[in-house]
Structure formats: structure tokens, C-alpha cells
Design a protein around this ligand. Structure first.
Ligand code: PXP
Length: 242
């Protein structure tokens, strides 16, 4: 189980003042020292947090793999192909959303066409590809047909429910992870995971990577980033001793 730490939220604080601190590139060093296996950054089309300069510098300085999240637009795929991060996760993007609200819509040919083209361009330059999808059977089959290496299962509904509804969402994630694996896809997950809710998700044996941001950065405000990351890494190791 790999822990990828999403450092967008550091850039969000910086952009609130349009200044040069806190710097997500410096944060990346602390995340790595705390035990992050990789770093996730989402370059949004409106550049509301991560900037091109951040990705430039991270590509040069990070010691762990970069998972770049982008929409499957022409401009973003051109940038990604130039940067060549280890992995690109294609995500849906709406300007008005506060954060990514759901998985990619894969139902119509008009939605799958641009994704197929983006995946092809990324794979052509050696980038591992992943699709951020809802944990649904149909989305997994379409992802497998599109030829990606991995899917990231959206854990938002799991995170936003409680009691019996959460138990049902956990089962949905476990089924989706198992189906993804049986289709030959690596299974990742993320969104809304916290120190309080992550354990049962981390325990799903077919999952191999979690992307976690907001909860870690929130704790880091109080305990520091290195410690916040190492406390999350500890939970993952407890659930999945290697
Ligand atoms: N995975 C994806 C695709 C995301 O868009 C986000 C949010 O930026 C995350 C994971 C991490 O979510 P959170 O910040 O809620 O941990």
C-alpha cells in the first residue's frame, strides 16, 4: 500500500494571498521525510492552487514519483507529456466546484473519445495512466477497455456517509477494487479520507495506493507536515503490514 500525499492544499494557502509561501515544493521534502511514497498534485485549468512553476520544480527536485492530476484537455495533456511525471490521473473538472466532486463520466462515446486520445498520448511518452472513477462496475469495464494501467476509486461517498450507509459504501469500494484487479487494473483510491475513516479502506487487500491531502495538511497545521504524514503512513502500515 503506497501513500501519495496531495500537496495542493499547501498551494491553496499560498494562493489565498497570491504570495510565495507556503511553498508546496518545500512541503514535498517534508512529506517525503515523513514517509510519503509519492506526491500528488492537481494542475487545474484555472490554476487556483498548483502553478506550472510548482510542477516544473517538483519534477526536478522530488525524490518520490509525481502523480499529476489533470483534466483530459489538449493543453493539459501537452504539459503532462512535456513534464513526464511517473503517473497521470485523469480527472473531471468543473470550474465552479470546490473540489473534484465525482468520478469521470464514461457513459457516452463523446466522453470516452477525448480520454482515449489523452491516454494514448500519455502512454506514448511512457507515462503510467490512471482514471479517477466512481466505484462502479460499468466504469471499471470502460476503464479496462480504454487500456489504462490503473483506476483511482472515488471514496467521497464513503467519506460522506455514516453507519449502515458507510458500511455499504465500503463494500462497494471493496467490490470495485476486486473487479478492477480481476480486469488487470491497479486499484487506487482517494478523496475525503481522514485519520478517522481511512483504516477500513486501507485494509482492502486489492488497493495498492491511496491519495490523501486535506486531512494530512489540516493536521500538519498543528503538528507539522512530517509528523502528520508519518502518522497517516503508520495507520496504513498497521492495516497492511507488508
Ligand atoms: N484524488 C483526487 C483525484 C482528488 O481530486 C483529490 C482532491 O484533490 C484527492 C484524491 C485527495 O482528496 P482529499 O484532499 O480530500 O484527501
Amino acid at each position: 500500500m503506497r501513500l501519495y500525499v496531495n500537496i495542493d492544499h499547501i498551494a491553496t494557502v499560498r494562493q489565498a494571498r497570491m504570495t510565495d509561501e507556503p511553498d508546496p515544493v518545500r512541503a514535498a521534502v517534508l512529506a517525503e521525510l515523513g514517509g510519503a511514497d509519492g506526491l500528488t498534485v492537481h494542475l487545474r485549468e484555472d490554476r487556483r492552487h498548483i502553478q506550472d512553476r510548482d510542477v516544473d520544480l517538483l519534477m526536478e527536485t522530488a525524490r518520490t514519483p509525481i502523480n499529476l492530476e489533470v483534466a483530459a484537455s489538449e493543453d493539459m495533456i501537452t504539459l503532462a507529456c512535456a513534464w513526464r511525471p511517473a503517473q497521470v490521473t485523469l480527472v473531471p473538472e468543473k470550474r465552479e466546484e470546490v473540489t473534484t466532486e465525482g468520478g469521470l463520466a464514461l457513459g457516452a462515446e463523446s466522453q470516452r473519445g477525448p480520454l482515449a486520445e489523452a491516454i494514448h498520448r500519455l502512454q506514448d511518452v511512457g507515462i503510467r495512466t490512471s482514471l479517477f472513477i466512481d466505484p462502479d462496475e460499468a466504469a471499471i469495464h470502460v476503464s479496462a477497455d480504454l487500456g489504462v494501467e490503473a483506476v483511482e476509486l472515488h471514496t467521497g461517498e464513503f467519506a460522506n456517509t455514516a453507519g449502515a450507509a458507510r458500511v455499504a459504501q465500503l463494500a462497494r469500494l471493496a467490490d470495485a477494487a476486486a473487479l478492477a484487479r480481476s480486469c488487470g487494473l491497479a486499484a487506487h483510491a482517494g478523496h475525503g479520507l481522514t485519520y478517522q475513516n481511512v483504516a477500513p479502506v486501507a485494509a482492502i487487500p486489492e488497493l495498492e495506493e491511496l491519495n490523501i491531502g486535506h486531512s494530512i495538511i489540516s493536521r500538519a497545521v498543528f503538528v507539522g507536515l512530517e509528523r502528520a504524514v508519518s502518522e497517516m503512513a503508520h495507520i496504513l502500515r498497521r492495516e497492511r503490514p507488508s
